[in-house]
Write a protein that binds this ligand. Sequence first.
Ligand SMILES: C[S@@+](CC[C@H](N)C(=O)[O-])C[C@H]1O[C@@H](n2cnc3c(N)ncnc32)[C@H](O)[C@@H]1O
Length: 242
Amino acid sequence: MHVLRWTPFGVGTILILMLLAQPLPAQAPTQAAKQRHPTAEEVSRQYLPRHPKPRDDVEKRIVAVLEDMYVNQSHGMGNILPEDGRLIRMLTETLDAKHVVELGTANGYSAMWFCLALRLTGGKLTTHEIDSDRIALAKENFKRAGVEDLVTLVEGDAHETIQKLTGPIDLVLLDAEKEGFTDYLRKLLPMIRTGGLIIAHDSSGQAHMMEDYFNMIVENPDLETVFVDASRWGMCITRKMR
Ligand SMILES: C[S@@+](CC[C@H](N)C(=O)[O-])C[C@H]1O[C@@H](n2cnc3c(N)ncnc32)[C@H](O)[C@@H]1O
């Protein structure tokens, strides 16, 4: 008769295999993993008011409209966040920009941030929008904020309308459809002055839709780029070096 013999070696091997097959006990998170760094947006919201403290009555009127737009109009509008607004305002002032061009006005929230800066630099904004309801809303917002003299709202498909622009342009905000960014850049780059900036919004939030654009700027030796996450959306900031 054939007897199955369990040698000590065989039993040991089976036990080891059984142990290996058990799920590992869940590991407690390490202290380092628990201490996630806060994002820039979180720190900003902890220390700064949502919209800036007005420095005079004109700013008071603009900031009041910014706050109202944020609270009552931002749903589904695709507006930049206040943290992005702070940065574009600061860059506009730092460049002493005289001509800013925006693609994608929506209701005019980002445009209003530019207006805060352009009041000080003596510059103007040309902003482009295709949607008629949004155009009407933006016009109403510019009127109640008292910034109509700072803004030209160009209606229609920006791929066509930007061809009528003339340079020099100090700063461009690309915030219309992502698929159009390469065409916008190709058409606008000759008009942007040396040292001028091109800011592409949503460069972290929508990075997967902007690969062609990123490749286009990286391949151009005249451009320098930095990716900044002032808010969760991110901005790809490119400087025309020559
Ligand atoms: C993300 S929203 C802009 C948000 C705005 N910059 C803000 O932060 O307040 C994008 C806008 O681009 C507009 N848009 C899309 N394609 C366009 C085109 N070809 N020409 C002009 N505007 C366009 C849309 O109608 C939409 O209002």
